[in-house]
Design a protein around this ligand. Structure first.
Ligand SMILES: O=C(O)CCC(=O)C(=O)O
Ligand SMILES: [Fe+2]
Length: 321
């Protein structure tokens, strides 16, 4: 038996883009060009100059490990609910219908206002569930959410500029977003489990954009344009972001949403912080907004909320009711 394999490739296959000049406004167009080239290529980018403080990442990761190491009973208290907030045990997600269950475990939270509540309900934007035994978790999680969300918003501005649109094109309705954040925990994977066992199996992400903070363990693999799996090893000080399915649809396929998977063959635990960025549920995903009123898109316009409801219902037992 062995692990599913992936090739080691030249470092420029997944480009590294420093977004400092986008964040500080000194050269947004220059950064936008580099982001545009990456998105029309493989759709995966290492991001330097993201601005999330290292000490915040370290503090959040430490708490995440505490959470996963806690008793099952404590985790059961915050078990994932129909609005997709809380603890998702191993085997709770199926990214492909006939696959072996993923080895990952996760904890999901999302947008809440300063009072810790939400302006109105939506099926995918419910109240966060915080474990009673970890009172510090909420504040740290929301600090991380805010910081990672800011990175996503800078990137969405860069993408808009790269497409020749006004900087705020993708952010017009994003004050109460459907974005969600997860800790994703991957146990060390046994070699004897076989080549068809994954931490997370091959999938594309559902929404607009994913901002991933992986650790130093490695294990992320990306399918290149020739259909081969390549490694996306950690690069210190960077995040890795990828275009997801809804941004692919918004850009009528111009921006690539590329399959990826995780094989944790390191012998160590692996932990990722994953922000799935999505705007408000009412946001209309319509390629004519990007390419002009007469543009004939391959797919019909759809709201962000309807699209995500459809994808979540297919993937998660806790959404099937
Ligand atoms: O943990 C990783 O490296 C990838 C996670 C991922 O693909 C996801 O959560 O969608
Ligand atoms: Fe993913």
């Amino acid at each position: 038996m062995a692990y599913a394999e992936a090739k080691q490739v030249e470092s420029d296959v997944i480009p590294v883009v420093d977004i400092t000049a986008l964040r500080d406004g000194s050269d947004p167009k220059g950064v936008a060009q580099a982001l545009h080239a990456a998105n029309t290529g493989l759709g995966f980018i290492y991001i330097k100059g993201h601005g999330i403080p290292e000490h915040l990442i370290d503090a959040v990761r430490a708490k995440a490990f505490d959470f996963f190491r806690a008793d099952t009973a404590a985790k059961e208290d915050v078990r994932i609910d129909t609005s997709h907030r809380g603890w998702l045990p191993q085997g709770g997600a199926k990214m492909q219908d006939d696959a072996k269950a993923d080895l990952k475990e996760s904890f999901v939270w999302g947008y809440q206002n300063d009072a810790g509540t939400l302006p109105d309900a939506h099926e995918l934007r419910g109240h966060n569930q915080w474990p009673a035994a970890m009172p510090e978790l909420q504040d740290l999680c929301m600090q991380y959410f805010t910081a990672a969300h800011e990175v996503a918003e800078h990137l969405m501005r860069g993408f808009a500029l790269g497409l020749g649109l006004g900087a705020d094109f993708f952010l017009k309705t994003s004050d109460a977003p459907l974005s969600r954040n997860s800790f994703v925990y991957y146990p060390a994977q046994d070699e004897n489990a076989g080549k068809d066992q994954f931490g997370v199996g091959p999938h594309t992400d559902f929404g607009v954009l994913t901002v991933l903070c992986q650790d130093s363990v490695g294990g992320l693999q990306v399918e290149n344009l020739d259909g081969e799996w390549i490694q996306a090893p950690p690069i210190e000080g960077t995040l890795i972001v990828n275009v997801a399915d809804l941004l692919n649809r918004w850009t009528d396929g111009a921006y690539k949403s590329t399959p990826h998977r995780v094989v944790n063959s390191s012998g160590k635990e692996r932990l990722s912080l994953v922000l799935a960025y999505d705007p408000n549920p009412e946001t209309l995903i319509d390629a004519r907004g990007v390419f002009g009123a007469d543009y004939q898109a391959k797919e019909e316009p759809i709201t962000c909320g309807d699209y995500l409801n459809w994808r979540f219902a297919k993937a998660f037992a806790h959404k099937k009711g």
